[in-house]
Design a protein around this ligand. Sequence first.
Ligand SMILES: NC(=O)c1ccc[n+]([C@@H]2O[C@H](COP(=O)([O-])OP(=O)(O)OC[C@H]3O[C@@H](n4cnc5c(N)ncnc54)[C@H](O)[C@@H]3O)[C@@H](O)[C@H]2O)c1
Length: 364
Amino acid sequence: MKKIRVDASVKYDVLIGKGLLEKSGDFISGITEPCSAVIITDDIVSPLYADKVKKSLEKSGFECDFFVIPNGESSKSLENFEKALELLAEKKLTSSDIIVALGGGVPGDLAGFAAASYLRGIRFVQIPTTFLAAVDSSVGGKTAVNLKAGKNLAGAFHQPSLVICDTDAFLSLPKDVFADGVAETVKYGVLTDSALFDKMGTDFSEDIEEIVARCVQIKAEIVEADEFDKGKRMLLNFGHTIGHAVEKCSEFKITHGHAVAMGMAAAAFAAEKEGISEKGTADKIADTLLKCGLPIASPFKAEELAAAALSDKKRRGDTITFVMPQRIGKCLLKKVSVCDIEKIISEGIEGADMYKAQKTFGQR
Ligand SMILES: NC(=O)c1ccc[n+]([C@@H]2O[C@H](COP(=O)([O-])OP(=O)(O)OC[C@H]3O[C@@H](n4cnc5c(N)ncnc54)[C@H](O)[C@@H]3O)[C@@H](O)[C@H]2O)c1
């Protein structure tokens, strides 16, 4: 098992290894006396893993209740947030009790926001079961629900007290859901680690623990330097400005990781067009995403994406900060004025479209 310490405003461990779900009660006992635990999960994860976690918690003296949401992005809603809070109150949870988020980023973000808000904040534990949640959403303390106007528009910073990542849970993931996590892993590679980037697009199943640990380490370092997203942490938004716009335009039918893949390809080609990146960088990113079974071409026009991006929370006044790759392993933050957003997005998606077309016709 690997253990990574996150030294943010709350200090906590991220445990990564095989067979950890069965031991979750032991691990959680390490951070709290036995108490009441409400497990927030979804209707796909629940029949697969909830019983294992419940049994282990009960063995360690915890009392368990469940809040089960329908799977999928549309469950990250104010309606479910309210229902979760009402359930916590009904079960009379106190500030010495805990919430356990079991599942992917959707139950994780919702449970985290409920934990941040209930009684002005109670402790919660993340048990990620998707590759995406393991490498990204379970660590760092960003919690949220979506509003009609866009992604994650209501939320809070609230760090978990512990993260337990059982890599065996990835074995039941559908291929495209696993690929969502690969997109975020490509992101870390492009941001800081060319060796990690080079592993994407190859079979890395033997190294899965190491890869999760490397991503968590990168995220921990960035969060420790800028927990509240004022500077360096914005780098983690690589691919997300356009990605969130794609998600919104698709009415959340395109999943987060797939949308981020399109967003990264577009940001990379825009960076090339703007003379920011070393020649060939965008091609490398696009090629790797395609090898990972991820899409690079957006089904939406620049105009639609720009309109969606302008309602994103990443907008600050009259600018949006884009993350642009200079080369694999190094990115910069570029403030783009609102009136240039459509041009930048257009350069990006045209570049990605052209790359895909040339690849299809064997010209690359
Ligand atoms: N808080 C953050 O810092 C952060 C970072 C990145 C992404 N996110 C958010 O995370 C969400 C995406 O996360 P996700 O891709 O994990 O989505 P998700 O939670 O919807 O999971 C994807 C699908 O996989 C299923 N699933 C989960 N674990 C499974 C397993 N082990 N076996 C079989 N099926 C399983 C789920 O039921 C769901 O249908 C988005 O809402 C995104 O905004 C948050």
